[in-house]
Design a protein around this ligand. Structure first.
Ligand code: GLN
Length: 488
């Protein structure tokens, strides 16, 4: 009974809560029980708050019983990646640097979830400061893939994806700088949406690379993603990059927007390194859309080969600047035995940051240093514009672009941990949408012969989430990959 609840969709549970068929306390207790039973294996959570979650749940039930207006997520347990601030809860970014930090304020998305009635449940593990593709870079624990505990859940939002896939939460939030929502969604058989840059406020998100970071939801279905996006999207004067745009009724759009659509298949995405079973899943999706009357066209994104290099210049440059604030003086780890202030900076940062974060800071400092700025950073910015123009040109012909989310299904824990370059390559198909600021979604697209989930990615036009979700929903609602549960 209890796992049936925690593997339900948000949409179904919201209806059951409204119909008094279940209470939020029962649902929240089910998520807690499930977590207690299996999280020792999955390790999705950095911290949990069961008593507090039950208090929130009881408050939701009381609101409902009193006939007060209830929000779209009223009573639903939602887990946040441990980089999104929740007042009076820890925010560690899975780093020793913030191991003892408790946030004094709510992120804007957190306030919006609270206003919608959500029960904030637990803090999900990630690669330290969201740098990685496997969640192995966490300073605290390695999250496992619920479909195969020998394998990674993807990253950096691996805890958010795994918690949902394992039935420990009903929806979760992650952040995506180069693929960190979509790639773990693909590895864990869930839906992951990275909205257009500027659609969702980043106020209260521990920054990695500010020109790329976006917050977005993980859910079981595209319909649930539409509900979550409706709650978290919108202009925020506390994030100067947040965009003033009309927020559609994304859920209604799933019904009102009907195809047939024109879908582009970028020829550069089907070359070397693509696993044949992943390619076959994309072929099967192409056949599905064609059957629905969609027009499928080959498109070209000619600057794709530069995406990874451009990303690892821009993202590291911005990270080196953003992470300068962790200095051992204010709210961070502070070294115990420093001789003077400079020694304190050095020692605190040496002790507080893990190896991948240090690698990024060193790379970023290098590409920004005088003499190299023009050769690397400025040039990368120019190529970034070309990459964006490739997409915009394709959108002259097609409504959205269909690709694999990741070249392979989930890899084994440890397999790429000592080879950063091969780890970086697992984001080859997701990074373009971040560099171009476009919305991208990964949806469940089947399983490999060894039972590993495969994700399909759709990349949409700027601020056209309503269309993107409708296109994704047409596939998602006709397949039931998402209902295949992991054996835990
Ligand atoms: N895996 C990529 C990186 O390591 C992307 C991470 C992310 O999107 N936060 O930078």
């Amino acid at each position: 009974m209890s796992t049936d609840l925690t593997f339900s969709t948000l949409a179904a549970l919201a209806d059951q809560l409204t119909a008094s068929e279940v209470t939020s306390v029962e649902l929240t207790q089910a998520a807690i029980d499930r977590t207690m039973a299996i999280d020792a294996q999955v390790q999705a959570f950095n911290s949990i708050n069961p008593e507090d979650a039950l208090v929130q749940a009881a408050a939701s039930d009381a609101r409902r019983a009193a006939g007060e207006a209830c929000g779209p997520l009223d009573g639903i347990p939602v887990t946040l990646k441990d980089v999104i601030a929740v007042r009076n809860q820890p925010l560690t970014a899975s780093s020793k640097m913030l191991a003892n930090f408790v946030s004094p304020y709510d992120a804007t998305v957190t306030s919006k979830l609270k206003d919608a009635g959500a029960v904030l449940w637990g803090r999900a593990n990630l690669d330290e400061f969201a740098m990685g593709s496997s969640t192995e870079n966490s300073a605290f624990k390695t999250t496992r893939n619920p479909y195969d505990l020998e394998r990674v859940p993807g990253g950096s939002s691996g805890g958010s994806a795994a918690a949902l896939a394992a039935g420990e939460a009903i929806a979760t939030l992650g952040s995506d700088t180069g693929g960190s929502i979509r790639q773990p969604a693909a590895f864990c058989n869930v839906v992951g949406l990275k909205p257009t840059y500027g659609l969702v406020s980043r106020y209260g998100l521990a920054a990695f690379a500010s020109s790329l970071d976006q917050i977005g939801p993980f859910t079981r279905t595209v319909e649930d993603a539409a509900i979550m996006l409706g709650v978290i999207a919108g202009h925020d004067r506390r994030d100067s990059t947040s965009f003033k745009t009309e927020i559609s009724d994304y859920r209604a759009a799933l019904q009102t927007k009907q195809g047939p659509w024109k879908l582009g298949i970028p020829k550069e995405y089907f070359g070397k390194g693509l696993d044949p079973e992943v390619a076959a899943a994309v072929e099967q999706a192409i056949a599905f859309y064609r059957n629905q009357g969609c027009e499928i066209r080959e498109v070209s994104l000619p600057h794709t080969e530069y995406c990874l290099s451009v990303y690892y210049i821009i993202a590291t440059a911005e990270a080196s600047s953003n992470l300068a604030r962790y200095d051992g003086i204010r709210y961070t780890h502070r070294a115990a035995d420093a001789k003077d202030i400079v020694d304190l900076y050095f020692k605190s940062r040496a002790e507080g940051f893990g190896p991948e974060v240090k690698r990024r800071i060193i790379l970023g400092t290098y590409v920004l240093s005088s003499g190299y700025y023009d050769a690397y950073y400025l040039r990368a910015q120019k190529v970034r514009t070309l990459i964006r123009q490739d997409f915009l040109k394709a959108y002259g012909e097609v409504d959205a672009i269909l690709t694999p989310t990741s070249p392979t299904p989930a890899f084994r824990a440890g397999e790429k941990a000592t080879n950063p370059l091969s780890m970086y390559l697992s984001d080859i198909y997701t990074i373009g949408a971040n560099l171009a600021g476009l919305p991208g979604i990964s949806i469940p697209g089947g399983f490999s012969t060894s039972g590993l989930p495969i994700g399909l990615q759709l990349i949409g036009q700027p601020y056209a989430e309503a269309d993107l979700l409708a296109i994704a929903h047409s596939y998602d609602s006709a397949h039931d990959w998402a209902s295949r549960r992991p054996q835990l």
